[in-house]
Design a protein around this ligand. Structure first.
Ligand code: NAI
Ligand code: CS2
Length: 491
């Protein structure tokens, strides 16, 4: 038998689950067994089971890609290693909360649907990336999205997460079963509202009665999720192998020690007592989401675009440059904090704690990874705040440079004339615009006219346009490092 973490002896410091895993029932289905879920919701659940008796277990499903991960997870009895790496200490443990897994390519579409429609399933959650929701700029279902167009034509054989959820809810309704709660754990403002909207839009197209039933019976709690979990690399796998005395865990994950989870307490069929392991269950999560998306993710994107262009491979390297660190802090405190409504959080201390997390030298969080999917990230991380300042007649130079940094980045060529691999669902369209305009300030108005990203009121606001043009011009003339230095000098 192949030696895996399921059957091998592990070093003393690596804790195994202390609970009886045979008691777990897959009542919680998660779509997207990616890096983040393993280090966040999966581990919260394992920690809870370590602490108290529970029968809540997870069934993991990857709908798009990730077939290999499911095979590997099965081969090690659904166990996986989580390594928390702080600036000074490292802790490894085994998460055992997963008790089942499925993949449409391995098990068939019907097996996935039958699972979702089975009576015991009470929660369906997801980390399917911002683009997985197939929403347009207005937050409605994008019927031109190729997955959605496919699913609407053949709703019994879905491919998208939305298609699967609606079909499964239909099966439950037809069988007289209660629905499940749909819980998005993606970095999207109002993530519960976004998934509710696309699910309802989709259901309305295929079955109006179903849409009414969903509206009445299903809940879509919003969640704020936080933990920095970089994509695994050969190096990080090797670090895990070293910690496991030479044992390989292809499902392992390395992350920072910090984690936060704020969840709206609206569950139609019960939930695990996550509050007993540190989650905050609240009535309204939006103020927390805005805080995190604008301060953490907004400054992350600033550091990602300007860091990449400035030649920095990781976030830690970017904030090691004093100008970048000061600019990121100014972005948070001067340009994001005033837009927030969150109460009872010391936002100055929060900003400092974020910078400390970004500095963690043991996390290799690539600027390239965070720069990914900017067309889906910019609106919630920066554009809403820019609108706030425009309405008040206030300047927003840090946000302007970040947005200009994104525009310079999607041109696909760095400051040394080397190609940038721009990963974005709109990469081709954006590249075509940039190629036509060239590295020229004229590209700003061309990119602003992409209405899937920029609302018309922003694209046509002269103050906004000239702020971005000025920042873009600075980038062309001074390069990213020079433009950030100039920004900081002018603060
Ligand atoms: P990942 O690349 O490791 O995993 C992505 C997952 O999404 C995979 O399971 C894949 O099957 C699924 N997926 C991708 N496109 C999809 C689609 N169109 N439809 C359905 N499923 C799809 O990425 P990771 O790190 O797990 O991040 C995923 C999301 O989690 C992020 O986009 C973000 O919203 C959220 N998140 C990530 C954090 C991090 O530090 N990695 C922290 C906080 C939130
Ligand atoms: C990052 C986030 O990839 C990105 O865009 O900004 O995934 C970030 O690491 C998390 O939101 C931290 O919780």
């Amino acid at each position: 038998m192949q030696e895996t973490i399921a059957n091998a002896e592990l070093p003393d410091g690596v804790k195994r689950p202390s609970y009886d895993r045979s008691q777990l029932k897959p009542k919680w289905v998660h779509l997207g067994f990616g890096a983040f879920h393993r280090a966040h919701q999966g581990l919260f659940m394992s920690d809870l089971a370590n602490q108290e008796t529970t029968d809540w277990g997870l069934c993991e499903i990857n709908l798009i890609g990730g077939e290999d991960q499911i095979k590997k997870l099965r081969a090690q009895d659904h166990l996986y290693t989580v390594v928390e790496k702080g600036a000074h200490e490292t802790q490894a443990r085994i998460s055992g909360s997963v008790c089942e897994s499925l993949h449409p390519s391995l098990d068939g579409i019907d097996a996935v649907l039958n699972k979702l429609a089975s009576e015991e399933v009470a929660i369906v959650s997801m980390t399917i990336t911002e683009k997985g929701y197939c929403a347009d700029a207005s937050g409605h279902l994008d019927q031109n999205n190729s997955l959605i167009a496919h699913d609407l034509a053949t709703p019994d054989q879905p491919q998208s997460a939305i298609g699967y959820i609606v079909k499964a809810l239909k099966m439950r309704k037809d069988a007289g079963l209660k629905p499940f709660t749909v819980m998005s754990c993606d970095n999207i403002q109002g993530n519960g509202e976004v998934v509710a909207q696309v699910v309802l839009d989709y259901a309305k197209v295929i079955d109006a009665d179903l849409a009414t039933w969903i509206e009445k019976n299903v809940t879509f709690p919003c969640t704020m999720v936080d933990r920095i979990v970089p994509a695994m690399t050969d190096d990080s796998y090797q670090q895990v192998t070293d910690l496991l005395d030479g044992l390989n865990d292809p499902c392992s994950i390395v992350c920072e020690p910090f984690r936060q989870w704020v969840v709206e307490d609206h569950f139609v069929a019960g939930r695990p007592a996550w509050e007993n392991v540190g989650a905050q269950l609240v009535e309204d999560v939006v103020p927390f989401e805005e805080m995190k998306l604008r301060m953490l993710n907004g400054s992350h994107s600033f550091l990602a675009y300007l860091g990449y262009l400035g030649g920095y491979e990781t976030i830690a390297q970017s904030v090691a440059n004093d100008d970048y660190r000061k600019a990121a802090k100014a972005l948070m405190l001067n340009e994001q904090v005033p837009t927030l409504s969150v109460q009872s959080v010391d936002l100055n201390a929060y900003a400092d704690s974020l910078l400390e997390r970004f500095e963690n030298p043991n996390l290799h969080h690539r600027t390239w990874q965070i720069a990914m999917d900017g067309s889906k990230k910019l609106p919630q991380r920066m554009l809403k705040s820019a609108q706030f300042h425009l309405a008040k007649g206030q300047a927003f130079p840090c946000l302007a440079l970040a947005i200009a940094g994104w525009m310079r980045y999607v041109a696909g060529v760095d400051e040394k004339d080397q190609p940038i691999e721009v990963a974005d669902p709109m990469a081709a369209e954006l590249r075509a615009i940039c190629d036509k305009a060239g590295l020229n300030v004229a590209v700003v108005s061309q990119l602003l006219s992409v209405d899937a990203i920029f609302p018309k009121e922003l694209a046509t606001n002269k103050t906004f346009v000239s702020a971005i043009e000025m920042a873009y011009q600075n980038l062309l003339e001074l390069g990213a490092k020079g433009a950030v230095a100039q920004l900081v000098k002018a603060l």
